[in-house]
Design a protein around this ligand. Structure first.
Ligand code: AHR
Length: 503
């Protein structure tokens, strides 16, 4: 059976925001310490930033980077993380039962972004768990006010004369989750988010603010939470957040491969909820989505481990959440990217959680090398080629049975048309056993050639990149893909992520 779809330049979804290719650095495990920052490492600069990691982050094509948490942010005192590094206090991090040295802090985060280049944009999360409006305003003044006030002058005294110019702020993190330090009801949080947002806009009306939505579609309070928070904060926030992590449960790989079905329904349900509140408020304003945590995460393994923590042990930069990703995981991650692109009209921001070592596309060894996980490749390719307008793709595909989502298309696909008229098709074949023939009718797009067909697939879907074998899994070129008389014909390998570039 062949999977088919038609592309037509007249039928588009929307423009891809560069912010769709964001990521996330949290003070968690070794994401920061021995990840982005390792003074004394052979590649470290004077500030202790690892240049080998910076090179890989650039290659990954990451744009917006959310910081400093995550659950960590609900105990974060920003004052601890500025000024001379040797004077910074060591603190207990309740979220991850660790000791935080603060040797990498707010200004190092900004230095890291500046080193990455102009495409890198800060996305700063505020602590609305154990702190509130006053501390948010202080942090905003320290970061963004040019000069002549106590906190802007303090920033200059710390060596940062130029303001950080942070536009995008998260009003807390996962405040719906009972695990969150300072967890709140929707009404309590909605009020606090609205008050913080109003005050921040008094300082600078140009800030863009993300209210916390649900930490997952399966939360008991899902949708009611979003509706209540937005009833309080609709006029003063710009985005609402979504978080989702996927893993194969009970060995059900077929459902795992269809994780994007859940992600797409989550997006559509949040859009419906935002628009419902907007309609009730008779508002002309539209709230967009910030999918600011998403990934494959073997969360159940972590949950088993978390219960065995020694209560008197508060390690520094322990090895936490260091999932080693397989080819199967990379194909699912590619499919999640397709889901985000397919909703580019409403998903304005998305952050792959996280960037280094912690459920990450980039791994490091302390004192040793940095390397790419399997999941690195779909992200890097999507960021590189997924820029422009998303075309409306409606597939006619053979299906397979999944326990979680019922009959599901074997093909998951999207296509993006660049400014130069070139088109990139991103496609996943969910069939573990068989190839999937693909035919795409290209209508009036004026395309004449296949520039490249790259695939990530392997005879061993469990293959992974490791410290000992960092290049075991790489994307490869596929031959035999043709474009003739306005029809693209390709064969998608079993369980594969595909990037087909047309010009
Ligand atoms: O990304 C790991 C954790 O997942 C984050 O700290 C939290 O926000 C989410 O539950």
């Amino acid at each position: 059976d062949t999977a088919r779809f038609t592309l037509d330049p007249a039928f588009t979804i929307g423009e891809v925001s560069p912010r769709l290719f964001g990521s996330f650095v949290e003070h968690l495990g070794r994401c920061v310490h021995t990840g982005t920052h390792e003074p004394g490492h052979p590649t470290a600069d004077a500030a202790g930033l690892r240049q080998d990691v910076l090179d890989l982050v650039r290659e990954l094509g990451v744009t917006t980077i959310r910081y400093p948490g995550g659950n960590f942010v609900s105990g974060y005192k920003w004052e601890d993380s500025v000024g001379p590094a040797e004077d910074r206090p060591r603190r207990l991090d309740l979220a991850w039962h660790s000791t935080e040295t603060n040797r990498f802090g707010f200004s190092e985060y900004i230095a890291f972004l500046r080193k990455l280049g102009p495409q890198a944009e800060p996305m700063m999360a505020l602590n609305l768990g154990t702190r509130g409006v006053a501390e948010a305003l202080e942090l905003q003044e320290y970061a963004n006010h040019p000069s002549g006030t106590a906190l802007s002058d303090l920033r200059a005294a710390h060596g940062d004369k130029d303001p950080f110019g942070i536009r995008l702020w998260c009003l807390g993190n996962e405040m719906d989750g009972p695990w969150q330090t300072g967890h709140k009801t929707a009404r309590e949080y909605g009020r606090l988010a609205a008050e913080t947002a109003r005050a921040m806009r008094q300082q600078d009306p140009g800030v863009e603010l993300v209210a916390c939505g649900s930490s997952g579609q399966s939360m008991e309070t899902f949708a009611a939470w979003e509706a209540t928070v937005l009833e309080e904060a609709y006029d003063v926030v710009d985005h609402i957040s979504l978080h989702a992590y996927y893993e194969p449960l009970d060995g059900d790989v077929d459902s795992f491969l269809a994780s994007a079905v859940d992600m797409e329904s989550f997006i559509e349900n949040v859009v419906a909820t935002c628009d419902h509140v907007g309609a009730r408020l008779k508002s002309k304003k539209r709230i967009d989505l910030s999918f600011d945590e998403w990934n494959v995460w073997y969360l159940s393994r972590w949950q088993e481990r978390a219960t065995t923590f020694a209560q008197d042990d508060w390690p520094e930069a322990p090895r936490l959440l260091e999932d080693n990703y397989s080819v199967t995981d990379a194909v699912v991650l590619g499919s999640l990217l397709i889901a985000l692109l397919r909703h580019a009209d409403r998903v304005a921001v998305a952050c792959l959680a996280q960037l280094v070592n912690v459920i990450a596309p980039i791994m490091t060894e302390p004192g040793g090398p940095a390397w790419r996980q399997t999941t690195f490749f779909p992200f890097a390719q999507a960021s590189r080629y997924g820029r422009g307008r998303v075309l409306d793709v409606r597939v006619d595909s053979p299906t397979y049975g999944t326990a979680k989502y019922g009959e599901t298309d074997l093909l998951h696909a999207t296509a993006v048309r660049g400014e130069d008229g070139s088109v990139t098709v991103f496609a996943v074949n969910r069939d573990r056993a068989g190839v999937l023939p693909l035919e795409v009718t290209l209508g009036s797009l004026g395309l004449t050639a296949v520039v490249e067909h790259s695939a990530l697939a392997d005879a061993d879907p469990d293959a992974r990149n490791t410290l000992d074998e960092p290049d075991r899994v790489l994307p490869h070129d596929v031959t035999g893909t043709t474009l003739q008389d306005g029809t693209l014909t390709a064969t998608l390998e079993p369980l594969s992520w595909n990037v087909i570039r047309l010009a």
